[in-house]
Every structure is written in C-alpha cells, then in structure tokens.
Write a protein that binds this ligand. Structure first.
Ligand code: NAD
Ligand code: TYD
Length: 340
C-alpha cells in the first residue's frame, strides 16, 4: 500500500507543532511534512523527540513564495493539507497589518492554487472564531457556523479573507475543503506573547501582568490537545465544503484567567497591572460546538484540568520559554507595553 502524504503548514508554531507531534505518533503509516518559514513564532527545538522518526520531514519555505510552494507540491504530491501557517497575534496586526495580508491571505491563495493544480484530496484550513467578530456579554449567545463574518482586527480580517478564498475554491473549482474555526487555545509550547503563557512566565519571574482595560473581556479557552483531536476528526470525517466550529464551553474573563494562574502559583494579585485597552478589543467570544460534536468530537480537558496541566508543563519546561523571552521578544515587549 502506498503511504499517504500529509502536508502541515506552520508546524513549527504553537498549535501546528502540537498537531505535528500528535499526527507523527498516531499515524506511523503517513509521511508527515512540516512546512514552515521559521518566523519569530516558529522553532524546531520542540520537535527534538520526533525529528529522527522516519515518517517526519521538515521543509523550510515561505507559503507566500509561489515558486517554492509549487516545486514542493510537484516533488512530493501531497495527498492532504492541514494549513496552520499564519501571522497569529492580534496586537502585532494592530501595529503592522501588512505581513498579515501577505502571509494569511496571499500565502493561503498560493497554497490553494497548488492544491488545485496537484489534486489534493483535502485542504483543511485552520481558522479562528475571531472571524465572527464579537459577542455581547449575554451568556446565552454563541457563534455558530451561520454567524456572519464581521472581523474587527487586521488579524481577524486577514483570516476571514482567507476563509472566503477557501470557500470560493470549493464553490468554483470543486476543491475538497474544510474550514475549522476554533476558540482561543492554550497548552504546551504556547508563545509567551499571548495572555496565558505571558501570565505564567511573568508571574513565575515575579513580574507584573498587563491586563488590558478592566479585564472583563471574555475568551472561550480550549486546550490545544482537544483542538488537535478535532482537526484529526475533520480531516478524516469532515464533509467536503463544510465549516466546523471548535470550542468546549470554557468562557472566562481575562481577569479570572490571570487570577487563576496567580493563585495556582501561590503569588499575589498585586502583580496585576491594568494597562491601556487594546484598540478595537473584542468583548466576548463563545463557541457553539454542536456540529462538531455530532461528528463525534468529545474534548478531554475542561479549563480547570487544562490550565493545571499547562502550568505544570511551563514549570517543567523553563528552558524552552526562557530562551524565547530573551532576544527579539524583549524588544517586542518593551515596544508593545511602553516599558522603559
Ligand atoms: P503561531 O504564531 O504559534 O505559529 C505560526 C507558525 O506559522 C510559525 O511556526 C511560523 O513560523 C509559521 N509561519 C508564519 N508565516 C509563515 C509563512 N509565510 N510561511 C510559512 N510559515 C509561516 O500560531 P498558532 O497560535 O499556532 O496558530 C496556528 C493557526 O491556528 C493560525 O492559522 C491561527 O490563525 C489559527 N488559530 C489560532 C488560535 C490560537 O488561539 N492561537 C485559535 C484558533 C485558530
Ligand atoms: P491573546 O492571548 O492575545 O489572544 P486573542 O487576542 O487572540 O484573543 O489575548 C487574549 C485576551 O487577553 C484578549 O482579550 C486580550 C487580553 N490580553 C491582556 O489583557 N493582556 C495581554 O498582555 C495580552 C497579550 C492579552
């Protein structure tokens, strides 16, 4: 039997990296190609345990490089694609939107062209609930797959644009696609510019935690492992052309999240520092996952068990995040938070 070839873009980042390891272990009979440019958000040290496995391969390439991407598709003849590669941080998109359009929109279009040219049997586009915009604080309202796209940040606008291109390639050319829209992830190897790893790393170093506005904004948190199982399911069982929302009903205000971490680490709430609000800060995200559950998805973690596992992981893997919060990250932090 010929081995199936799975291309994972952005597999050196947070979620893509967790997905690469999950798939390499689960499917020894798939050849898994991790294609990544290795931007500031990508690192390969997280793959030390799998890099010698014969079913794991790494390709360094920019998804916005048409010739490079087409050459890879021509050589490898991938059977399916799970597309994570993106600029992913809202704050960076507010400061510098252009790279978000290049990578998230133009990069996706190039991958779609290559997938069409080389007849891949599935293009799974990993998107975000942020494309739906924001919900109000009424706890009975949720994002469904029918919620209109109303992105508010340059990041979410670039992701919504790529979602529409994926849809159009299905409708126009019959490309077999799925789109998943997941809520906020957290877990091992989360880059410490995002709220949860930023809080854990700063609290462990007895540094203040910047909370935007009054901390009342709500996010719906999903452990990255449960996102991986959802993607595996949609890749193999998703109906062509369909969108699936991914989330496990774990809504928390930002202040609750920060206080939970401070308490678990036995530190003081005096570390909380309320800072200027994010521009266009979305109030609330909350997912209705009914459609994915009907496909058979059942998450393993709730927020309490997931955050406990994640804090344990950051305590046991200090060398990974300590190496990241030096260098370029330090400059970013100073600029973002106006620290002298
Ligand atoms: P991340 O920033 O941690 O990783 C992105 C990866 O993409 C990095 O390895 C980076 O090197 C790579 N990359 C960036 N530009 C590239 C380019 N031009 N060519 C090739 N590779 C490039 O992101 P993440 O948090 O793991 O998110 C992955 C995907 O999941 C994104 O598409 C994001 O929109 C989506 N998503 C994220 C969340 C979340 O909570 N983080 C939630 C839902 C959906
Ligand atoms: P983030 O982790 O950047 O994810 P997203 O913007 O994609 O939801 O932010 C999560 C929430 O935490 C968001 O409401 C903004 C807030 N936040 C802070 O209050 N302080 C911070 O330093 C950061 C990075 C985020």
């Amino acid at each position: 039997m010929t081995r199936r070839k799975l291309l994972i873009t952005g597999g050196a980042g947070f979620i893509g990296g967790n997905f690469v390891r999950y798939m390499v272990d689960k499917y020894p009979d798939y050849d898994i190609y991790n294609l990544d440019l290795l931007t500031y958000a990508g690192d390969l040290s997280k793959h030390q345990n799998i890099e010698k496995k014969t079913n794991y391969h790494f390709i360094q390439c920019d998804i916005a490089n048409r010739e490079g991407i087409f050459n890879r598709f021509k050589n490898e003849k991938f059977d399916f694609i799970v597309h994570f590669a993106a600029e992913s941080h809202v704050d960076r998109s507010i400061t510098d939107p252009e790279i978000f359009i290049k990578t998230n929109v133009m990069g996706t279009q190039i991958l779609l062209d290559a997938a069409k040219e080389y007849n891949v049997s599935k293009f799974l586009h990993v998107s975000t609930d942020e494309v739906y915009g924001e919900l109000d604080f009424n706890p009975s309202t949720f994002f469904t797959e029918e919620t209109p796209l109303q992105p508010n940040s340059p990041y979410s606008a670039s992701k919504a644009s790529s979602d529409l291109l994926v849809r159009a390639y299905h409708e126009t050319y019959g490309l077999p696609v799925n789109i998943t829209r997941c809520s906020n992830n957290y877990g091992p190897y989360h880059f410490p510019e995002k709220l949860i790893p930023l809080t854990i790393s700063r609290v462990l170093n007895d540094q203040t935690v910047p909370v935007y506005g009054n901390g009342a904004n709500i996010r719906d948190w999903l452990h990255v492992f449960d996102h991986c199982t959802a993607l595996d399911l949609v890749l193999h069982e998703g109906k062509d052309g369909e969108v699936y929302n991914v989330g496990g009903h774990n809504e928390r205000t930002n202040l609750e999240v920060v206080k939970t971490i401070i308490k678990a680490l036995d530190k003081s709430n005096d570390l909380i520092e309320f800072v200027e609000d994010r521009l266009g800060h979305d109030k609330r995200y909350a997912i209705d996952p009914t459609k994915l559950e009907a496909l058979g998805w059942d998450p393993t973690y709730n927020f309490d068990t997931g955050i406990e596992q994640t804090i344990e992981w950051y305590l046991s893997n200090k060398e990974w995040w300590e190496s990241i919060i030096s260098g370029e990250y330090r400059e970013y932090f100073k600029k973002q938070y106006s620290v002298k």
